[in-house]
Design a protein around this ligand. Sequence first.
Ligand SMILES: [Zn+2]
Length: 519
Amino acid sequence: MSTADIYLSTTIPYINGRPHLGHALEFVQADVLARHYRQAGHPVRLQSGTDDNSLKNVLAAAAEGTSVADLVSRNSAAFEALSGPLQLSFDDFIRTSSDPRHRPGVERFWRACAASGDLYRKSYQGLYCTGCEQFYRIAELDGGRCPEHGTEPETVSEENWFFRLSRYAGQLTEEITSGRLRIEPAARRREVLAFIGGGLEDFSASRPASRAGGWGIPVPGDPDQAIYVWWDALGNYITSLGYGDGPEAPEYRRWWAGPGQRIHLAGKGVLRFHAVYWPAMLLSAGLPLPTAIYVHDYLTIGGAKISKSAAGPAARAAGPAALAAAYGPDAVRWWLLREVPRTGDADFTPERLVARANEDLANGLGNLVSRVTSMVHRYRDGVVPATGDLAAGGTPAAAAELAAACGRLPAETAAALARPDFRAATAALASVIGQANRCIEDTAPWRLARAETAGDPVAAGQLDAVLAALTGACRTLAAELAPFLPGLSAKVAAACDGSPGRLPAPEPVYPRLDAPPAS
Ligand SMILES: [Zn+2]
């Protein structure tokens, strides 16, 4: 088994508002991968953070009448604090305005691209969406409006630094088609290749410092210009590793320049920036590229697009911390992992979250663990029969099939997470939960117990085999669930822990959730 280092990153959101469920989706996906790879023996570094220097934060602070520093500090803390309610195992969290590692790294990265001759000054006029912090071509607009925001872009004319993206089309295509830079799912890879094939235009890399209100990092050697989002925000993936101290910095050498994997998670809205701009910037600076970019689609809430600028009461109630407080971390993580497809947007409602948790976790897993541990207590005084007894008296087919399914489960979840397909992975878990509950119906341990009491030695051996298979299934589920639902997994593991001899007295591991209050 390969146990190479794995560096996983989420995008760093700009923080002109509070965290929403879309952020939670990406954080939870990254956390599942981190926990999964740690469980498999890989050293893992899971990183997140906040894009403090975004112009959007400057605009939001002005609208609120507060200072940018205060707004950024407050909202960044709300993002970092999600690790509690969502049970996220971040190893590092970078705040780009205040982390001392960031600015020197951005400056070094900029200078490395400048040294390659890829940064040049140019006067520029274009259609600019402040919500996106992006210039749009007319063909990219939706009836003259921003496709993300539905607002009319402003005409902005200014002198900027530009990056020679056009130079890197061939190398980028080669990195992606060779598989050295994986982009998943395949539809997103094709989209990126088509975009590159359509011709790459140089892009603007700085803003007049005056428009940034003095916020952000000045261009080295040109303090009238502020470094724009690309070097600043995307750069976090290496600045957090100490790249500002140079490419010999130990963390940078290990996690970015080492032989392991470097995996970014990102939403479809920033695909182009992660899969085209960022690798081209790294090529320009002579630095290694990420090895994979995993792209997720978007969530809607009650049929409406999540947008922090239009955060109504429904969106606030669907904030990740509020949901975790109301329904528990397991239910929130489970909905995000079990219901959100690999491609295509998914619609969230509290009713769907409750229904999914009750079906899979309360009626499915909770019921299973409760029935199995109760039967082990009732029929075997709390002591799980040894699996060596499986053959004695002939193992009922349903129990043997359950044991085989449990044997296959780790490889199935690992294969799903390698794609990654979180819904397929959780479906594999749910399938074994269902099979184990059916195994109880099929083998009817209560009938075997009556026959055993009546003196039937074959029934006694079969009951041993069934209880061993069922307890084994619960233990396998606890282990395989750990990356997905660390809290519930620990409860199931404790309920099925027979290490001191007897299982603990049966207790419900997952009570049914009440229906959400009518809105
Ligand atoms: Zn926009």
